[in-house]
Design a protein around this ligand. Structure first.
Ligand code: PLP
Length: 361
């Protein structure tokens, strides 16, 4: 393995040692095979290429201070991939096959799980797609399931910094009865133009409104939206957003802090009443939001008056990261500690209270 400068990692592809693959043919799943190639030999008429019959997942493994590898809530990703598969008529990957694949790929690539001190982690990308040939619009006769891994840097290299977001009315990510609740590639293709527009205008990403009435907050780039008001944690209920595993975890942790959790429609005007708002997902856990601009209505909603993430977002972020890295007990059984790939325990890090958790770059 080539030496990796863990401090230089970002969210880009890096080749690792191997990936694992299984095939669904003649109504059944094959055993897993290991491949050292990061290429496929694809049929030119595969349904994934033509009709977007494809779904994927994203989850992370973390190395703790004790040198052990911890995988976060993989069972939820297995379930969500099964849901996505049902949504676009692909065969489900059985939970046991998913488990074997993720454990096997982490074990084979354990040297790529970054050290605790780096604040980096190993990102796992399971994917399932129609690999058999068809020309008419119909489900594929064959499917491929692959899990590969990529070491990724801490999201917040310079600390837990709030971002600016743009409300868009020109683009929809997904229709109310469309595929927004599934993690399928088409939703991401549909989001690229709006994301580019947001970047060009100096925003981190867009906030989509509900596609039908353009009234309610929907998805927040490739993440869920949440808001804090007093003792309430409020997050959108919508038929076009992906159910985030991070959001689900934050809702549990908010309840642990004694907060009331509400999942309901959030009208845009309500933004003005919130104390803190943020986006949440596997990549960053929480991206605090300092400003939401609604160009069309000439409105700006401002948060984080001191330029820093709010206290509740910071507490939730620290609590979840501490569970993921094994710095705090895991009362909910979210973390699977791997029995392989352990490295020597890390030297104690000096505590830096100004940074959330241990996101040392
Ligand atoms: C559209 C969308 N919403 C929400 C999320 C957050 O989900 P999770 O917390 O499971 O990563 C993601 C990322 O997976 C996403 O792509």
């Amino acid at each position: 393995m080539e030496k990796i400068d863990w401090s230089e990692l970002s969210f880009n592809y890096t080749k690792t040692k191997s990936n694992v693959r299984a095939y669904f043919r003649n109504g059944k799943w094959s055993d897993l095979e290991v491949s050292e190639s990061d290429r496929f030999n694809m049929h030119i008429s595969a349904t994934a290429l033509h009709y977007g019959q494809q779904a994927f997942e994203g989850l992370k493994a973390f190395r703790g201070k004790d040198g052990r590898i911890r995988l976060f809530r993989w069972q939820e990703n297995a379930k969500r991939l099964q849901r996505s598969a049902r949504g676009i008529l692909m065969p489900e990957v059985p939970t046991e096959l998913f488990r074997q694949a993720v454990f096997q790929v982490i074990e084979a690539n354990h040297e790529y799980v970054p050290p605790y001190e780096s604040g980096a982690s190993l990102y796992l990308r399971p994917m399932l797609f129609g690999s058999g040939p068809t020309i008419g619009v119909k489900p594929s006769p064959e499917y491929t399931f692959v899990v590969f891994v990529v070491p990724v840097g801490p999201y917040f290299k310079e600390g837990f910094k709030p971002v600016r977001m743009l409300i868009t009315r020109e683009f929809d990510r997904a229709a109310p009865l469309g595929t927004g609740t599934y993690k399928v590639g088409g939703n991401y293709a549909a989001s690229l133009a709006s994301q580019r527009k947001a970047h060009e205008l100096g925003f981190a990403n867009v906030i989509y409104l509900d596609a039908k009435e353009k009234k309610y907050i929907d998805e927040c780039g490739p993440a869920n939206f949440f808001a804090i008001r007093g003792n309430q944690y409020i997050t959108p209920k919508s038929s076009s957003i992906l159910e985030s595993i991070t959001n689900k975890s934050l809702m549990t942790l908010a309840q642990e802090l004694g907060m009331e959790v509400e999942r309901r429609r959030i009208p845009e005007e309500e933004l003005g009443t919130f104390d803190e708002v943020g986006a949440c997902g596997t990549a960053a856990v929480i991206s605090p939001i300092s400003e939401i601009m609604d160009h069309m209505n000439q409105k700006v909603f401002r948060f984080c008056p001191d330029g820093k993430a709010g206290p509740v977002s910071t507490r939730l972020y620290n609590r979840l990261r501490a569970i993921q890295y094994g710095d705090s007990p895991d009362p909910y059984g979210w973390v699977t500690v791997m029995g392989f790939g352990q490295t020597a325990p890390s030297p104690e890090q000096p505590a830096d209270e100004s940074l959330p958790s241990k996101t040392v770059g």
